[in-house]
Each structure stands twice: as structure tokens, then as C-alpha cells.
Design a protein around this ligand. Structure first.
Ligand code: ADP
Ligand code: MG
Length: 339
């Protein structure tokens, strides 16, 4: 994994990279399969399960801001992956971490490692290894996470059937409002006198809440699932396209936080911005009508709020979002896209 090329600092301190790894990451790699980060690779025991694999990179200036606290950057890097595992019905099994750093900033690394350590414990997802490289460009953190499901049980995007309920966890649109606030946009102005709401929204942008507690209920009941990372409207369109169906969404039943609902009522933002902004990291799933009650009960026991927002219908057109009068809300934009 190492490519030292002609790094001049290597001669002065040949163990710079190794000591950085030993100092900040070895203490976190307590799983026996990580071999104290003293080998070329780690072992993840299959234990008869399917191993679900997912990867997500986050880049400074794109997924987080340079001013974000390093511990929250670490949490976000891990949690966006845990969100994918949860949506697939998988239990976290471990992850590897690739860091591209401009410099070895010790205060930054200490805070980053602290945030990571806390989430490793919180979600029971051990650090198995990684790679550490230097970059002249923006900071990049890439995590590949592994999860477990019983053989053949990973929940795909492609199983939604007409008549299924469209269900989402948590609330939609908070993170995009938090980002707007951090950037000094209209939300920052509107919430100038409401520090608590502002802090909640910024927190939703900086530290996603992966719905890991819902993984088993998703695995047990969902026909199809995915996590909402690029905007509810666009991600629902992806799920519908993969399943060969369409959907009718009652916009009034989409769960918004009190802060988001207030900004909507004041006209600071429109529904479109909330359903097409990214970074929600909620689970979107299709639940057969007959299972909805028991799914809702399992979700309740897991402590995860779930809301039915519409119905899967036959057809190939993109999902329609309907207002209180049943009129379609035109969506010029459905999701965040990098290109
Ligand atoms: P190699 O020289 O064999 O490619 P490295 O020097 O890249 O190995 O890594 C040495 C050990 O440290 C390996 O076990 C690797 O998984 C681990 N490691 C390197 N960077 C990280 C990181 N950012 N986080 C966790 N483990 C890391
Ligand atoms: Mg290396």
C-alpha cells in the first residue's frame, strides 16, 4: 500500500508515516483480525454470513468544510458508510480507512482519532487497517466498510412492488439547511435569533445518524431499501428505476423537523430544496402493506422514527410529489450531483 517515491522527508525520518499510524490508529485497531496494524492485511472472519461491502469517500470542500471539527469529520466519514450498511440490512463488521493528508497536523489527527474511536465503540465497527498518503490537494478520507447479513439476505434497491408503502426514517432536509447556514446563506439570516435550531441543523449536516438500529427490521420486512444521501426525490427515483416501478408521494406527509417546518412556513426554503438536497442519511424503503404495522412496531422498539410518505405504483415515470390538493409539485432538481 506504500508508495514513498522520492519523498525527501523520508530520509530524515524514515518512520514518519509508521509512527503516525502507530500513534493515532493502532490504539483503535483492537480487533484481533487487525493484528495491531502490524501486517500487510487484516482478516475478517465470514462466520457463515454474506459480507456486504460498501465504500464512500469524503472530500474537503465537497462533503465537509475545512473549518469543521476534525472529530466530526471522522464521524461523518464512518457514518456515511454505516448508513449504507444499515440500508442493506447489514450489521457492521469492520472498516478500512484511507487518509490523504496535506501534512501530519498532530492536533488535527488527535481530534480525528478521538472522534473515530468513539464511533467505533458506539456502532461496534472495528478498524481493520488502511493506508495513509500525502496529497497536495484537499483532504480526502475514504472508508470501505464491511457488514454481515445471513446468506442471500442483503436488501437490494430493486424489489419494490406496486402497493408497497414508501417509508423514510427520521427527518428530511435538515442537513442541506445546516450547510446553507454554515455557508452564511438565507438560513443563517433566518435563524440569527435561534441558536438552538441553527445548532441542530448544523449538527445534522456534520454528523449523520446512521439508522443501524433499524437494519434487522429492514432485512426482515423491506422489499427494497437504500439510504438517502443525495436527496429524497433523486434517491427515490433511483430506487423506483431499479425496481421498474413509480411512486406517488404525499408531500405533506414527508417528515420535517420543527426547524425545517418553520423555515418552510416562513418561505425561507421551498419543499424542492428539502427533498433534493443531500446528506440526509436516512433510510428509504418499500414495505409491503401487510408488513407495515409490524415494521413500524419493530422500528419503534429500535428507537427509530419511521413515516409512510406514499405508495409504490406501476409505471416507469419518475415518482410524483403531490401537494395537499393532489397537484403535482414540479421538481426542477431532484438530487445533488457531483458532475
Ligand atoms: P504497507 O507498507 O505494507 O503497504 P502501510 O505502511 O501502508 O503498509 O500500513 C501499515 C499498516 O498500517 C497496515 O496494517 C495498514 O492496514 C495500517 N494502516 C495504514 N494507514 C492506516 C490508516 N489510515 N488507518 C488504519 N490503519 C492504517
Ligand atoms: Mg501506506
Amino acid at each position: 500500500m506504500t508508495d514513498r517515491r522520492d519523498n525527501p522527508s523520508d530520509e530524515d525520518s524514515p518512520s514518519g508515516e509508521d509512527s503516525l499510524i502507530a500513534r493515532y490508529f493502532r490504539p483503535l485497531a483492537t480487533d484481533p483480525g487487525a493484528f495491531d496494524l502490524g501486517d500487510d492485511a487484516a482478516v475478517l472472519q465470514a462466520l457463515g454470513d454474506d459480507i456486504v461491502v460498501t465504500t464512500d469517500a469524503i472530500v474537503e470542500g465537497v462533503h465537509f468544510l475545512a473549518i469543521d471539527p476534525p472529530d466530526s469529520i471522522a464521524r461523518k466519514a464512518l457514518r456515511v458508510n454505516l448508513s449504507d450498511l444499515a440500508a442493506k440490512g447489514a450489521t457492521p463488521a469492520g472498516f478500512v480507512l484511507t487518509l490523504a493528508l496535506r501534512s501530519a497536523d498532530h492536533a488535527w489527527l488527535a481530534s480525528f482519532a478521538r472522534g473515530l474511536a468513539e464511533d467505533i465503540d458506539l456502532f461496534g465497527c472495528p478498524l481493520l487497517g488502511g493506508d495513509t498518503v500525502s496529497t497536495p490537494g484537499p483532504l480526502m478520507i475514504s472508508i470501505t466498510a464491511f457488514g454481515r447479513v445471513p446468506g442471500g439476505k442483503m436488501v437490494r434497491r430493486n424489489g419494490a412492488k406496486p402497493g408497497d408503502r414508501v417509508v423514510v426514517t427520521g427527518t428530511i432536509g435538515d442537513a442541506v439547511l445546516g450547510l446553507d447556514s454554515l455557508k452564511g446563506g438565507a438560513v443563517a439570516t433566518a435563524l440569527a435569533g435561534d441558536a438552538a435550531a441553527n445548532q441542530m441543523l448544523v449538527g445534522r449536516y456534520r454528523v449523520p445518524q446512521p439508522r443501524s438500529a433499524l437494519a434487522k427490521a429492514v432485512r426482515d420486512h423491506a422489499h427494497a431499501a437504500m439510504d438517502v444521501s443525495d436527496g429524497l426525490a433523486g434517491d427515490l427515483a433511483k430506487l423506483c428505476a431499479a425496481s421498474g416501478v413509480s411512486a406517488a408521494i404525499d408531500a405533506q406527509s414527508i417528515p420535517f423537523s420543527a426547524a425545517a417546518a418553520a423555515l418552510l412556513a416562513r418561505g425561507t426554503v421551498g419543499v424542492e430544496a428539502l427533498v433534493s438536497g443531500g446528506d440526509d442519511y436516512e433510510i428509504l424503503c418499500a414495505i409491503p402493506e401487510a408488513c407495515f404495522e409490524i415494521f413500524a412496531r419493530d422500528a419503534d422498539l429500535a428507537g427509530v422514527a419511521v413515516t409512510s410518505i406514499g405508495t409504490v405504483i406501476a409505471g416507469a415515470s419518475p415518482p410524483r410529489f403531490l401537494d395537499g390538493q393532489g397537484r403535482e409539485i414540479a421538481l426542477a432538481r431532484r438530487s445533488y450531483s457531483h458532475f
